[in-house]
Design a protein around this ligand. Structure first.
Ligand SMILES: [Zn+2]
Ligand SMILES: [Zn+2]
Length: 363
């Protein structure tokens, strides 16, 4: 019988436990676990339906050094490895028997190491001449973020609805006019009944093709992740709510200042999504084109610049763009994001891990 003293705390012996049909050894004092190498690979493979046979060694980052801990089977020092490249959580492996020691607090990262690996690959992608050309020609950013797990059918439905409602502007100007007259917001208010529904309906109409395309692109890249986190109906509810907050602010300010205006567009609701995105996906990057130089900006800086441009627009505006609606929607989204942050992170282990200080927010 080998010495079964815990390699980490040395105060308790390891006891055999069964988790997910695998027998492992666990310390009853520090809750760390010992895996024989094939056991850990099997466990990770079983937890990830997409993976047939995981090999942890293929993904391990560089060896960091020799650990203070000893293999309780071979009685030699363990070697310390980075769990994943660009992810500074470390685990201890025995160079002789290939066993792995995992501290209790590392267990979650190890269990999700496959997801983490692909997430980090996506987030750390470099800009390429293709991404540069894309942004130069279309003037929209490239997103570097985790992939949505489920198909974003509510986002797609919103896209389709917005596009279908824009078609009359191209094909049937009279119908487009009728939509605008009845479903846009107008200040001063001549028909107070219309105001009741138009604060919602105006969010699905657009004044021009570029206005529509810009909004729909952001809805597509940001909306899928937010929908993934919230589920389709909560997502729709908060999309409308933050949109309403932005439109409401714009209307109140126009009424108070006696400005004449009409209002259409999904911008306020999409600005609401920006606010939630900035809180829940703070590891994500969006590319930004500084004249000809494309940089990957952390979402915080990306939206800080976006907000700055909106405030600048507000101060120098000729009244064509509803800057207050953008700012109002964004602030509402930030508040929703902060209010639901705990709830979201409790349900999303991957996002929770990406928010640990362990993850370098490097450019
Ligand atoms: Zn222990
Ligand atoms: Zn060993």
């Amino acid at each position: 019988m080998n010495n079964m003293m815990c390699p980490a705390c040395g105060t308790a012996t390891l006891v055999t436990e069964t988790i997910f049909d695998q027998e492992i050894e666990r310390c009853s004092s520090c809750a760390g676990s010992w895996f024989d190498e094939h056991e850990l690979n099997q466990l990770i493979s079983d937890q990830n339906p997409d993976v047939d046979q995981h090999d942890l060694r293929e993904h391990l980052g560089s060896p960091v050094g020799t650990s203070q801990r000893h293999c309780h089977r071979c009685e030699i020092p363990l070697h310390t490895f980075q769990l994943l490249k660009n992810f500074p959580v470390e685990i201890d492996c025995c160079p002789s028997c290939d066993g792995v020691w995992i501290d209790h607090h590392e267990a979650e990262q190890v269990r999700h190491s496959i997801e983490l690996h692909s997430a980090l690959q996506r987030i750390h992608q470099k800009v390429t001449w293709k991404s540069w050309l894309f942004q130069l020609l279309l003037q929209v950013p490239v997103e570097y973020n985790v992939k949505a797990k489920s198909f974003p059918w509510m986002t797609v439905s919103l896209l389709v609805l917005n596009i279908v409602l824009f078609l009359p502007s191209l094909l049937a100007p009279e119908l487009a006019n009728w939509l605008y007259e009845n479903f846009a917001v107008f200040v001063p208010v001549e028909n107070s009944n219309q105001l009741l529904w138009s604060v919602v309906t105006c969010q699905f109409l657009h004044g021009g093709l570029m206005h529509l395309l810009g909004n729909m692109y952001f809805l597509w890249i940001i909306g899928d992740n937010i929908e993934d986190v919230l589920g389709p109906w909560r997502y729709l509810g908060l999309y409308l709510l933050t949109g309403l907050a932005g439109i409401g602010l714009e209307v109140i300010i126009a009424l108070a200042s006696g400005t004449q205006m009409s209002l259409v567009g999904a911008s306020a609701a999409i600005a609401g999504l920006f606010g939630m995105y900035m809180i829940w996906f703070r590891h994500a990057k969006l590319s930004y084109l500084f004249v000809l130089y494309q940089a990957r900006l952390n979402v915080f800086w990306f939206f800080a610049i976006w907000l700055g441009l909106n405030i600048f627009g507000l101060l120098t505006s000729d009244g064509n763009v509803a800057y207050w609606a953008h700012i109002g929607g964004f602030v509402a989204g930030l508040l929703v994001g902060l209010g639901l942050r705990r709830w979201v992170l409790d349900r999303q282990p991957l996002l929770r891990m990406l928010q640990t200080p362990a993850v370098p927010l490097k450019q």
